[in-house]
Design a protein around this ligand. Structure first.
Ligand SMILES: [Fe+2]
Ligand SMILES: [Fe+2]
Length: 195
């Protein structure tokens, strides 16, 4: 006799997959939109120190657009503390490590990568190569490690311990850290997933 719970879990996983795919499509569309227009960066100028702003400006236009959109989403939801605002603006800056090594991790690769991450995350882990080089395999490594890389750069640019922790944990599902910091991480992750 068929197990009714098996049917339920199949429907549940299909729904979760559809939800993940829809989010990725929306993220791709937002990225495409960012290539068409110039973002108003005055928000970043008001939040970041000159050194942090220089770090922010190392990101390509679509990543800056995404970061500003994350901060705007947070602002629409209520007051945004300085540490959280800085994390919103710099959370993806670690991806620049790929460009530094001559590897492409630009807009056109990020869409397929996030889809692959949703459907077969084990592949990315197996294919990545941590040795800096202008190869796709190093781009995969940076894609997976950009939270830790970005947190190190943010610390060097004088960001607070809380901002660095938020950047480091922005893709973690079970982040370890002070209890009072976790609601801020949840806000950042929600705003990130909406953009
Ligand atoms: Fe990220
Ligand atoms: Fe992001």
């Amino acid at each position: 006799m068929a197990d009714p719970s098996a049917g339920f879990s199949a429907v549940f996983s299909q729904r979760m997959f559809r939800r993940g795919a829809l989010y990725r499509v929306r993220q791709f569309w937002n990225g495409a939109r960012s290539l068409l227009g110039k973002a108003d960066e005055s928000l970043a100028e008001a939040v970041l120190s000159p050194e942090q702003l220089a770090l922010f400006r190392r990101m390509p236009a679509d990543a800056r657009f995404h970061s500003l959109a994350v901060l705007s989403t947070l602002h629409r939801q209520g007051a945004v503390a300085q540490d959280l605002a800085a994390a919103a603006l710099l959370h993806d800056v670690g991806k620049v490590a790929a460009t530094d090594a001559g590897a492409y991790l630009g807009f056109w690769l990020r869409g397929p990568l996030v889809l692959l991450e949703t459907m077969a995350p084990g592949w990315l882990l197996r294919l990545q190569d941590a040795r800096p080089a202008g190869r796709v395999r190093y781009a995969l490594h940076v894609h997976l490690q950009h939270p830790a890389i970005g947190a190190r750069w943010a610390q060097a640019a004088g960001c607070s311990a809380l901002t660095c922790w938020l950047i480091e944990q922005h893709q973690s599902k079970a982040a370890a850290g002070p209890a009072e910091w976790r609601p801020l991480l949840e806000r950042l992750q929600n705003a990130d997933s909406q953009n």
